[in-house]
Design a protein around this ligand. Sequence first.
Ligand code: ASP
Length: 582
Amino acid sequence: MLKTHDCGALTKDSIGQTVTLAGWVHAIRNHGGVLFIDLRDRSGIVQTVYSTPDTLKTAAAFSLEYVIQVEGVVRQRPQGTANDDLTTGAIEILANKTTLLNPATPSPFSIADKTIEAAEETRLKYRFLDLRRAKMQRAIRTRHEFVYAVREFMNKEGFWEIETPILTKSTPEGARDFLVPCRLHPGTFYALPQSPQIFKQILMASGMERYFQIARAFRDEDLRADRQPEHTQIDIEMSFVEKEDVFALVERMLGHTLGKVFAVKLPERFPRTTYQEIMDKYQSDKPDLRYPDILRRKFDDVFAKTGFKVFAAALAEGRSIYALTMPQAAEKISRSELDRSVATAKEMGAKGLAWIKFDGKGLESPIERFLSPEEKTAITERSRPGDILFFCTEDAPLTEKILNTLSKRLVEVLAIKPVTDLTLTWVTDFPLLEYNKEESRYQATHNPFTAPHAQDIPLLKTDPTKALSHQYDLVINGMEMGSGSIRNHRRQVQEELLGLMGHSKAQIEDRFGWLLSALEHGAPPHGGIALGVDRLVASFLGETSIREVIAFPKTQKGACPLSAAPSTVEDAQLKEVGLRLR
Ligand code: ASP
């Protein structure tokens, strides 16, 4: 090794020792007859001192981020110069020799500053510099520690880590596939896995019983705020289980690993709620239950006969009227904040946003004069003094987005205190299917391989959207951190479901024949889950973007500024795989 010690590891115990260190020039202070360099490696920073003519001359030529080697003696810092912010702050290295290992051109942003001003694009283009910053080093190390703890735990629980192919056949999880042309069979394509779903189920049919994988999943989606075209998941599948067995495993696993890495204490058992219960109360299957008093409710019944044109038109056009209710807000909220909320909704595509304040006695609202006495009474009965209600009448997905955005901002602006720091909830019993009007077919609400409740199987023939399923989500602080289900382990039910989802007999054979064949050869009952590594680590580190915990993330437009991917390829390469661009 070019070094005998790590910079950050030296303490008073090392005083008197001769050490060789190597690392980056983090800061330089030149006082003429004596020069100080803060030397950094991944373990931390230590102060090195140059005062002999030789070392002074060499060190004076160094600049920030030069890679150097320093040989010297550890000594106590002179009285009054100790730095309590550094673990090595009591000592320094008196250099007797220093060597330049590699110079560095000036960095486009500071590595040493705690906060960074550079645009994200610049940070990603020079990710090797960005990753040298203390905050990023911590994020990457923490991610490693978490994943390592997961592996340790799963191994102890008898799970085998099994790799599944990256070059594979399309596994529909509701997103578009990334395709890879196959040179050896012109005109054919591999798909990158949207998840290892079919393979992990086939592993259960193969008698593996307990599988896990730190798996990469690829989804060619339109990029939303914090999505990446590839993400990492803790992918799990177990044989001979019911959903409570999966829940218990995940509760133990997260309790152990998050406890170890983030020093948080999780409840031994996370609360469970059904999809129906949570939708009735919050109009969302992932409400942020740290704020249980923030409600989202449907008001269609109140306005069924309304004379207010905007609401009447929405109902006539088949849309619903949702209200976001913020507690203890009526007095605190300013006129300009109300205007800002309306403007935000409009920027996001809403035609408008109505608000109503309830002070305990009467209602105040720009739409008050359009409301009938009965409507006012109904709203009053459903409100608590101090509530403010925001009404949105866009189609359901846009309404959900708008209300999410508003509620996040208002929590901050109104300084609404969370009831608790951490909420973990299992949401169970999702509907199995929803109807896709445009394509005149049913589609899985989550995963096409989820099992319906046994007693609901007859509904598949009569009223399929009424059937409930063994699909579950894990929601932490309003974020979906995991999703899984008990699967169909019998061929016949799975085949019937795929038929309902609009696949013809021939398509079923072509797309899913390999899974169905495994099911009919004695597949055990099985189920599993996938938990998002990027999201878990980001959330417990208090980061709002998963890009902060991924070494080489893509931008929001799906590009990698460092490698400049995606990029065009040579004609010759296209020709080899039998492709011509349109
Ligand atoms: N395959 C699912 C997903 O990636 C997870 C699961 O059901 O196990 O979301």
